[in-house]
Design a protein around this ligand. Structure first.
Ligand SMILES: Nc1nc2c(ncn2[C@@H]2O[C@H](COP(=O)(O)OP(=O)(O)O)[C@@H](O)[C@H]2O)c(=O)[nH]1
Ligand SMILES: [Mg+2]
Length: 330
């Protein structure tokens, strides 16, 4: 980490703006750092990059392990860079350390893309705290957009919580599913359908008949969920990440979503809503941190908890006591 601060904010900003890969990497490492000094530095840098951000199509890609996310990103990603797009791929995996990060292990499935100079792949930040991963990922998007990447994929694995978090930072949320998942429509999968702007049933090459049935089932499931947008009903498509079947049609749909949302003004509205929600979440997080790390509060907390637990004082009186201490009132 010592090397992080050898570079001035000006050097970093200039490096990112000329899309210097090494400096983009340094800039991302800086926003991922939890060191308060680094964070101050990072915020100065981000403030200067901010006017140059916002230009990319941000696409979240989710689905259970094994559904074919990495293969899909390789196939679609290479198609896009061949068309001249500049693509960045990020991962959100709160459970992963940097070295064990899924996306790194997956680089074997993204071999062509990893070596593609128009693509930039970054594994999930290793912070175990979901909020920290979210912050770093959003700030990394700012860096990458300022560096000129026009398409950003954010891959999410695992928990429903990280899926909600990613859907909150993208323009389009794609859910990959496997065929033959009739009963899987229950539970967790149903929640994720509510976030989906499109469902793609993958592995069409090996599940021909089951695939049609799955497409029908997901269509009817989406039918009873009310649409998040008045101008878009999430389509369900079949595809094969392995053979490439259906992939360019799928991308055409994402492009048409972008156009429709831009024309209707919903794209900017969605982004505004996301920024506001993020502000509110950060206020909550920071206040909680300040509160619990406050010396007077920590000295008093045990006593107040005990008194509330035993029913000796009301919860409201306990809270008032703690907040008075926090605010320095008597
Ligand atoms: N037959 C077939 N296999 C696929 C397809 N997409 C992915 N796979 C295979 O499914 C396995 C898991 O894929 P991977 O991309 O690692 O899934 P991830 O865990 O979601 O990233 C690998 O063996 C892939 O080769 C597909 O469209 N058709
Ligand atoms: Mg993968």
């Amino acid at each position: 980490m010592a090397a992080i601060k050898d570079l001035s904010v000006g050097d970093l900003v200039a490096g990112v703006r000329r899309a210097d890969r090494a400096l983009i990497g340094r800039a991302i490492t800086l926003v991922e750092s939890r060191n308060p000094d680094h964070q101050t530095h990072a915020q100065e840098m981000l403030q200067q990059l901010l006017p140059h951000s916002g230009g990319a199509q941000r696409v979240g890609i989710s689905g259970v392990p094994g559904v074919g996310k990495s293969t899909f990103i390789e196939t679609l990603g290479c198609m896009l860079t061949n068309q001249g797009h500049k693509l960045a791929v990020l991962a959100v995996d709160p459970s992963s350390g940097r070295s064990g990060g899924s996306i790194l292990g997956d680089k074997t499935r993204m071999e062509r893309l990893s070596g593609d100079e128009k693509a930039f792949i970054r594994p999930s930040p290793s912070s175990g705290v979901l909020g920290g991963v979210a912050r770093a990922t959003r700030e990394t998007i700012v860096i990458l957009e300022a560096a000129g990447f026009d398409t950003i994929f954010v891959e999410t694995v695992g928990t429903g919580q990280s899926e909600t978090m990613v859907s909150d930072m993208v323009d389009f949320f794609l859910v990959l599913m496997l065929p033959g998942a009739g009963d899987e429509l229950q539970g967790i999968k149903k929640g994720i359908l509510e976030l989906a702007d499109m469902v793609a049933v993958n592995k069409a090459d090996i599940f021909e008949t089951k695939l049609k049935q799955a497409v029908r089932e997901y269509k009817s499931a989406l039918h009873i969920i009310s649409d998040a947008s008045p101008t878009w009903h999430p389509p369900v498509v079949g595809c094969s990440a392995l053979t490439g079947e259906g992939i360019s049609d799928l991308w055409a749909k994402i492009e048409s979503h972008r156009k429709r949302m831009t024309d209707s003004g919903e794209r900017e509205l969605r982004r505004e809503g996301q920024r506001l929600a993020w502000l509110q979440a950060q206020i909550r997080d920071r206040l909680m941190d300040d509160f619990y790390s406050h010396q007077g509060v920590s000295a008093l907390l045990g006593d107040v908890e005990a008194a509330v637990k035993s029913g000796e004082i009301t919860v409201t009186n306990g809270v008032t006591k703690l907040l008075h201490t926090f605010k320095g009132l008597k």
